[in-house]
Structure formats: C-alpha cells, structure tokens
Write a protein that binds this ligand. Structure first.
Ligand SMILES: [Zn+2]
Length: 101
C-alpha cells in the first residue's frame, strides 16, 4: 500500500493551498462556503502569519479551520474513487458561472 497523500501535519502551506484550490474547483465536492451568506462565492485560501485561512470574496468572513477532508484532498485519488463507483458528474464543472476577478 502506498500513501496517496502526505500526513496533514507534514504539509507545507503551499500544499494546503493547492489542496484547497483543488477541492474548491473539483466537480464532485461541495465547496467551502461563507459562514455569513451561503450565496456568496466559494471561499479562497490566504496565508496570514504563516497560517492558511479561508476568506470570502464578498464579505469580511474568515475561517481559520480547514476540514481534514479538504486538507487531505487529492484529485488523483478522487478520480480513482469516482471511476470505481461509477460516479458521473451531476452538475457542470464549477467555475463557469464564477467570476472571481
Ligand atoms: Zn461572505
């Protein structure tokens, strides 16, 4: 057995941010959303004082905890699992309706 991802404790901020972005963009995950208003655009990662935080585009909401499933997210393993269970995308890829900038 090989590990598909590193231990969460050993991850660099860069790796954490990459996993958050992958999670937020993946077709079959439910993206992390604003705690103030779920109609706001999905949260995005920022680095502050050496810590990765999640921030809302549309208000001042900041979340300082990141769920383990997001920390450990791997697109590669998610694709393998999706294939195994025969999952098909139930909605169009995210991002098409988003305009971040
Ligand atoms: Zn918000």
């Amino acid at each position: 057995m090989s590990n598909l991802h590193k231990n969460i404790e050993d991850m660099t901020n860069e790796e954490i941010i990459q996993n958050i972005n992958d999670w937020q963009e993946y077709e079959m995950t439910h993206e992390l959303i604003c705690g103030n208003n779920s109609n706001h655009r999905p949260l995005y990662p920022i680095e502050e004082d050496g810590q990765v935080l999640l921030r809302c585009y549309d208000c001042n909401y900041i979340q300082d905890w990141i769920p383990d499933c997001v920390m450990a997210f791997s697109k590669k393993s998610a694709d393998i699992i999706a294939k195994k269970i025969g999952a098909s995308f139930i909605r169009p890829p995210k991002g098409k309706e988003k305009s971040f900038f």
